[in-house]
Design a protein around this ligand. Structure first.
Ligand code: PAF
Length: 285
């Protein structure tokens, strides 16, 4: 696997591969890779011949009091994992390579309809940072297909929307969340959890499942269900952020006539802010 740090080197490599007729698959990440990321590489290999992964801890998507400085950076281990998974190229640019003029004067991409609620309400500017870096990475790599995890459900929706709105010729693929045996969604931020918190953390997904069961059984008072889910999480030691029952595509709060739903949740446990989601399809009434 080749490891490249500059846009110019990556462009040269990719144009050579294109001339050979290769389809380019892209897996953008912030590193500290776990088996969820590796599943993205395997999915990319099903759709493309030459796979590029990127590792870039993007300062634009972190708020002032967030974990940009402490975010785990494990490039050596990550490159071994990517090479073992059959990734062909790792692009690991510096901040100066990506943002040579600094962040302030940069052109930004925003997807207002999907960005201001849920995680976007708790993390103002986060999705603009994601949309900007993903658009820029798409411009650099020019992939045929790009693969993202469904754990970041709102992020995936934002990326699909910007790809459509800007007519970018990239197929976006979402891959199911990888989970520990306990149900806990794999995340780089799980590393912030103590052993005890890791056990408690599994109740996030269990709570979503309990709510889904109640909806499947006919309950439709969504505000009441949301409150009951938040209370269950607080009893397990979580600090509430949000728990919203939404339409699966618009991400607007669901009404009782919607059949395609997603429950989106974020909650803090110790130092970790965890997110998860559960999609459910109801039979039409
Ligand atoms: O999901 C992530 O790891 C990041 O938000 C992404 C998509 C790589 C953009 O920095």
């Amino acid at each position: 696997m080749q490891i490249l740090h500059t846009i110019a080197e990556l462009r040269t490599l990719i144009s050579g591969k294109r001339r050979e007729g290769a389809r380019i698959g892209f897996v953008p990440t912030m590193g500290n890779l776990h088996s969820g990321h590796i599943a993205l590489v395997h999915e990319a290999k099903r759709h493309a011949d030459f796979i590029v992964a990127s590792i870039f801890v993007n300062p634009l998507q972190f708020g002032a009091n967030e974990d940009l400085d402490s975010y785990p950076r494990t490039l050596a281990e990550d490159s071994t994992k990517l090479a073992d998974a059959g990734c062909h190229c790792l692009f690991a640019p510096t901040v100066a390579e990506m943002y040579p003029q600094g962040g302030n004067s940069l052109t930004r991409v925003s997807v207002p309809a999907l960005s201001d609620q849920h995680c976007g309400a708790s993390r103002p500017g986060h999705f603009e940072g994601v949309a900007t870096v993903v658009t820029k990475l798409f411009g650099i790599v020019q992939p045929d297909v790009a693969v993202f995890g469904r754990k970041d459900y709102q992020q995936l929706a934002v990326i699909r929307q910007l790809t459509d709105d800007l007519c970018l010729p990239v197929d976006i693929i979402g891959v199911a969340t990888e989970r520990a045996e306990s149900g806990l969604a794999l995340s780089s931020r799980n590393g912030y959890l103590s052993d005890h918190e890791r056990q408690q953390a599994a109740t996030l997904y269990a709570t979503l499942n309990q709510l889904a069961d109640r909806i499947r059984a006919g309950e439709r008072n969504y505000p009441e269900l949301e409150e009951s889910g938040n209370q269950a999480l607080e009893q397990q030691g979580f600090q509430r952020d949000y728990l919203h029952i939404c339409h699966a595509h618009t991400l607007q709060r669901a009404t009782s006539i919607d059949n395609q739903l997603v429950i989106l949740a974020a909650a803090k446990l110790g130092k970790a802010r965890l997110i998860d989601n559960l999609e459910l399809t109801l039979n039409p009434a």
